[in-house]
Design a protein around this ligand. Structure first.
Ligand code: NAD
Ligand code: 89V
Length: 340
C-alpha cells in the first residue's frame, strides 16, 4: 500500500487537531506544512516533527511531491488556495465554511472537477459518534420513517478566546456553527426543500448573530435547527448537538451527556453514545476531535477506493445554500425555497 503524501496549509488553532488526526491514520504522511506566520509554522513543525516548512503556499506546492493538500485557513483564503491546488492537479480537503459566497464555492467546485482529483469539505460534525449512532438506528428501521427532527446546539461556552475572529464578522453563528448543524439535519432527514429563520444578537461584545432558529422542510418531513451561544445552562453541554427524531414507528432522543434513547416497536433501549477520548484529545473538545480523525480516515478511504467523499465540494453546495437561505430569510422575514 503506497503512502499517501499530504501537505497542510494553515497551522492555527484547529489545524493542531488535524495534524493529530493524520498522525493516527495508517498510510498517510504529512510531508510539509505552510503558514504565513513563522511562529505558528515552527511551533507546529516542532510539535509534529515536520522539517519541511514554508511561509508561501505556492512555493510549497511547487517544491513538494504531493497527493493532496489539507487547507486549514479561515474562509477568506479558501478560494485562492483551493484553485492553486487544483491548478497543480492535487486532491483537496478544505475546512468549513468552504466559502463566504455561493459564487466562490461554485468556482472552487468547478476548478476541482476540471482538474480531476477529489475535493472534500472538512464538515466533520456528522462524523461524531453520537450522530453516526442516530443515523444507524434510522437505517436499521427502528423508528420507521422520520417525519420530524430537532437538531439543537445551545451553549454559553466562550469560543472567542480560541477563535477571536468569530467575534469580528458581521455573520457569526449560522456561518460558523449552524453550518455543521444544518449538515447534520441533511444527514439525518435528507435534503431540505424550504427554510425559514430568525436570528438575534444577545452578546453585545460581538458583531454577528449569536442565536438562530431555523425551520426546515424536507419534502413532507420537518425539522428545527436551533443554535445559540447565549444560553447559560446549569450543565454546559458544549460541543454536544442534541437531537430529537420522531418516526412513524418510534422515536430517538440524544440528550445531554451523550445518552441515546431509542423507542420503537421492539421496546426502549438506552445507550451510552459517548465519543472515545483519544490520547491527544481534551474534554470537552474530544467529541469534535474524534470526528476530525473519522472524517480524515474517510478521506483516505475515498482516495484509495475512488469513492466520492460524503461531504464533497458539490455536496457542500447544498449545505452552503441553507446558510445563505437562513440569512436571506432572517433579513427579509420570508420562507426561502431551497430546491435545486
Ligand atoms: P486560525 O486563524 O487560528 O488559523 C489559521 C491559520 O492560517 C493562521 O495561522 C494563519 O496565519 C494561516 N494562514 C492564513 N492564510 C494563509 C495563507 N494564505 N498561507 C498560509 N497560511 C495562512 O483559524 P482556526 O480557528 O484554526 O480556523 C481555521 C478554519 O477551521 C476556519 O475555517 C474555521 O471555521 C475552521 N474550524 C473548523 C472546526 C471544525 O470543527 N470543523 C473547528 C474550528 C475551526
Ligand atoms: O466547529 C467550529 O467551526 C468551531 C466551533 C465548534 C467552536 O463553533 O468554530
Amino acid at each position: 500500500m503506497a503512502t499517501i503524501r499530504g501537505a497542510l496549509i494553515g497551522c492555527g488553532f484547529f489545524a493542531q487537531n488535524q495534524m493529530h488526526g493524520w498522525a493516527d491514520i495508517e498510510g498517510v504522511d504529512i510531508v510539509a506544512i505552510c503558514d504565513r506566520d513563522r511562529g505558528r509554522l515552527d511551533a507546529t513543525g516542532e510539535r509534529f516533527g515536520i522539517a519541511k516548512r514554508y511561509q508561501d503556499a505556492g512555493q510549497m506546492l511547487a517544491g513538494e511531491q504531493l497527493d493532496f493538500v489539507d487547507i486549514a485557513t479561515t474562509a477568506p483564503t479558501h478560494r485562492m488556495l483551493v484553485e492553486m491546488a487544483a491548478s497543480r492537479g492535487l486532491a483537496v480537503i478544505c475546512q468549513k465554511p468552504f466559502a463566504l459566497s455561493m459564487g466562490d464555492a461554485e468556482a472552487m467546485v468547478r476548478a476541482c472537477e476540471a482538474a480531476g482529483p477529489p475535493l472534500m469539505v472538512h464538515e466533520n460534525f456528522r462524523w461524531q459518534t453520537p450522530i453516526q449512532l442516530v443515523r444507524a438506528q434510522i437505517d436499521k428501521g427502528l423508528i420507521g420513517r422520520p417525519f420530524f427532527g430537532r437538531f439543537s446546539f445551545r451553549s454559553g461556552f466562550d469560543v472567542f478566546s480560541g477563535q477571536p475572529y468569530l467575534a469580528q464578522g458581521q455573520r457569526f453563528i449560522i456561518e460558523d456553527l449552524g453550518i455543521h448543524i444544518l449538515d447534520i439535519a441533511r444527514f439525518i432527514m435528507g435534503d431540505a426543500t424550504s427554510l425559514a429563520c430568525r436570528t438575534m444578537r444577545i452578546n453585545p461584545r460581538i458583531k454577528g448573530e449569536d442565536v438562530a432558529t431555523m425551520l426546515l422542510g424536507h419534502g413532507d418531513a420537518t425539522s428545527i435547527v436551533d443554535c445559540s451561544y447565549a444560553t447559560r445552562l446549569a450543565v454546559e453541554p458544549f460541543p454536544q448537538t442534541l437531537m430529537e427524531v420522531d418516526g412513524d414507528e418510534g422515536s430517538i432522543r440524544l440528550t445531554e451527556g451523550y445518552q441515546l434513547t431509542v423507542h420503537g416497536q421492539g421496546g426502549t433501549q438506552v445507550v451510552d453514545a459517548s465519543p472515545i477520548l483519544l490520547p491527544w484529545a481534551q474534554r470537552p473538545w474530544h467529541n469534535i476531535q474524534e470526528s476530525v480523525r473519522a472524517i480524515q480516515q474517510h478521506w483516505v478511504d475515498c482516495l484509495r477506493s475512488g469513492r466520492e467523499p460524503q461531504t464533497s465540494g458539490r455536496d457542500d453546495l447544498k449545505t452552503l445554500r441553507l446558510v445563505e437561505a437562513a440569512y436571506e430569510s432572517a433579513g427579509r422575514g420570508t420562507v426561502v425555497d431551497v430546491r435545486g
